[in-house]
Design a protein around this ligand. Structure first.
Ligand code: IMP
Ligand code: MG
Length: 183
């Protein structure tokens, strides 16, 4: 692939990602058996995880999205902004927030609060990645595929300045890519 040359190392292959996502879906299927759920993807980063996850979800579920942003480049701004809200009414419903990565935990904790205040009967978090070293908001995803260390990763939905989301695996960028200003 054209983008491979910018990657220092592959952390998780397409096959490993698929296997883990299937395991998460099986746990969700068991936990919500007989219930209807709302799956809410936090865009943009969650789109690849979510589309793979729903292939294995065997429940009646509606799909919705929240578009929000917290990051500029590789640094958290400490604020989240809801650019576009979910449309399905969460009141009295079981909601699963789908995230690409829980880093400081700001994004999911802020959105979880919002959805809880709207009267959801439960709100849980499924994240592709969990980066516990920066977890200021003490959020542990209810389900996650992989835990990572203090590194900036791209691929399978995760971006660096909006690029690399289309990599079919998760990898670490070569440092010279993100130390160069604007690439
Ligand atoms: P949090 O609000 O600090 O938990 O950050 C969550 C958001 O930051 C994610 O949805 C990502 O968009 C972004 N993010 C955090 N770490 C990384 C990373 O290593 N690579 C790409 N995006 C990241
Ligand atoms: Mg991002």
């Amino acid at each position: 692939m054209l983008l491979d040359k910018d990657i220092e190392k592959v952390l998780f292959s397409q096959e490993e990602i698929d296997t883990k996502i299937k395991e998460i879906a099986e746990q969700i299927n068991k936990e919500y058996q007989g219930k209807e759920v709302i799956l809410v993807g936090i865009l943009k980063g969650s789109f690849a995880f979510m589309s793979k996850l729903i292939e294995y979800i065997d429940l009646y579920c509606s799909i919705d999205f929240i578009v929000c942003s917290s990051y500029v480049g590789t640094k958290s701004t400490g604020l989240i902004h809801i650019d576009s809200d979910m449309k399905v009414n969460a009141e009295g419903k079981d909601v699963i927030l789908i995230e690409d990565i829980v880093d400081t935990g700001l994004t999911v904790s802020a959105i979880k609060d919002v959805v809880t205040k709207r009267g959801a009967s439960s709100v849980k978090i499924a994240s592709l990645l969990h980066k516990p070293c920066n977890n200021k908001y003490h959020v542990v995803p209810d389900w996650y595929a992989f835990e990572i260390g203090n590194e900036f990763v791209v691929g399978f939905g995760l971006d660096y300045n909006q690029l690399y989301r289309n990599l079919p695996y998760i990898g670490v960028l070569k440092p010279d890519i993100y130390t160069k200003q604007n690439n």
